[in-house]
Design a protein around this ligand. Structure first.
Ligand SMILES: NC(=O)c1ccc[n+]([C@@H]2O[C@H](COP(=O)([O-])OP(=O)(O)OC[C@H]3O[C@@H](n4cnc5c(N)ncnc54)[C@H](OP(=O)(O)O)[C@@H]3O)[C@@H](O)[C@H]2O)c1
Length: 321
């Protein structure tokens, strides 16, 4: 089958390790189901994989892609939950120390077919297209858990989302707006700031701007470039929820500020199958559509990954057959 896969690791030139070509179809496995992929969305994770973050050489070749929506063998429309936990794990899958997400240990979704544990399949609402549904399992699920599970952000609160243009950030803006949360954003790019306002953000600022007032919570995926501003933007007792560090993972910790102002720093990663099911239902019932920047054919995955790597995206990039 056709697939886009990591054949080599290159931390400096990640796209040089990408191949688009034939890979074996998934083998039958007890308790697993093979899904015919109708759409798969890109995540920054795919760039990390090509750089060797979370993907050692000895697991290559590895089909990239964490997210998919497609058809199960009976023809039912499904969304693929990407977090694969140990067979005997019970409870929140994200806390399983042996969990992985598709394309780390198990072959990913940038292919005509992908195999996952059957319990990882979630019904796709009819109101979402395959392309829209394929945006949910990583970026949108991560945003949902950051806001509503790990962050426990209440309606009427004010939040700051750093780096408005990203897949996770655009999901945060739309979900927070839908939940009645006053949403402020930063972005490096004026056009992205304008688009964020169209999505439902209440105000948009240049990076490191002084805000009109301090906020209840900051939602971080940018990391080193925005971390100091995130801490400075919080009210006493406020919460910084972090799920990514695109620009670097070792900013100054600013510990004095953390303890004097009694700030909470909360990590968040992916989400559970049940959270994904609730998210899909929320999107269907409230006519929420993931922001898709562009759709590419699977055979053109290199162009899509190059755009993501260049940071020239607002929302999600999606691959279809
Ligand atoms: N823990 C998890 O489960 C989880 C899940 C999903 C994603 N993540 C991580 O979260 C991060 C974002 O993922 P994504 O898929 O949303 O990525 P993406 O679509 O590529 O978005 C990249 C984001 O980073 C911002 N950005 C990049 N470099 C920056 C810099 N030097 N200064 C300021 N902003 C910068 C961009 O903001 P502007 O261009 O608007 O300024 C944009 O919001 C990645 O590191 C990813 O690995 C983690």
């Amino acid at each position: 089958m056709l697939a886009a896969y990591a054949a080599r690791i290159n931390a400096d030139d990640p796209l040089s390790g990408l191949e688009i070509g034939q890979r074996p179809e998934p083998e039958e496995r007890d308790g697993w189901t093979t899904v015919t992929v109708k759409a798969a969305s890109l995540n920054h994770h795919d760039i990390w994989s090509l750089k060797g973050v979370g993907l050692p050489e000895d697991r290559l070749p590895m089909i990239l892609g964490c997210d998919a929506a497609g058809l199960d063998p009976e023809g039912s429309e499904v969304i693929v939950h990407s977090v694969v936990s140990s067979p005997d794990w019970r409870g929140d899958e994200t806390f399983d120390p042996r969990r992985s997400i598709l394309s780390e240990r198990h072959q990913g979704s940038f292919a005509e077919q992908v195999a996952v544990p059957t319990r990882n399949l979630v019904p796709k609402p009819k109101d979402l297209s395959f392309e829209e549904a394929a945006c949910l399992p990583t970026a949108w699920l991560t945003a949902y858990r950051m806001l509503f599970t790990r962050g426990d952000v209440k309606p009427g609160s004010t939040i700051l989302v750093q780096g408005a243009g990203g897949g996770v950030s655009t999901a945060l803006i739309v979900l927070a707006h839908a939940a009645g949360i006053r949403t402020w954003v930063t972005s490096r790019d004026e056009a992205k700031r304008a688009k964020a306002l169209e999505l439902g953000a209440d105000q948009a600022f240049e990076p490191s701007s002084r805000l009109p007032e301090r906020v209840d919570a900051v939602l971080e995926t940018v990391g080193a470039a925005t971390w100091s501003h995130s801490l400075k933007s919080l009210k006493p007792g406020g919460t910084l929820i972090v799920s990514g560090a695109t620009s670097g993972q070792d900013p100054p910790a600013d510990l004095n500020r953390v303890f004097f102002l009694q700030l909470s720093v909360v990590g968040s990663t992916m989400g559970t199958r049940d959270e994904l099911e609730r998210l899909a239902r929320l999107c269907a019932e409230r006519a929420i559509k993931p922001t898709i920047d562009a759709t590419y054919r699977l055979r053109d995955a290199r162009d899509a990954l190059a755009r993501l790597n260049a940071g020239d995206v607002f929302g999600k990039l999606v691959l279809t057959g």
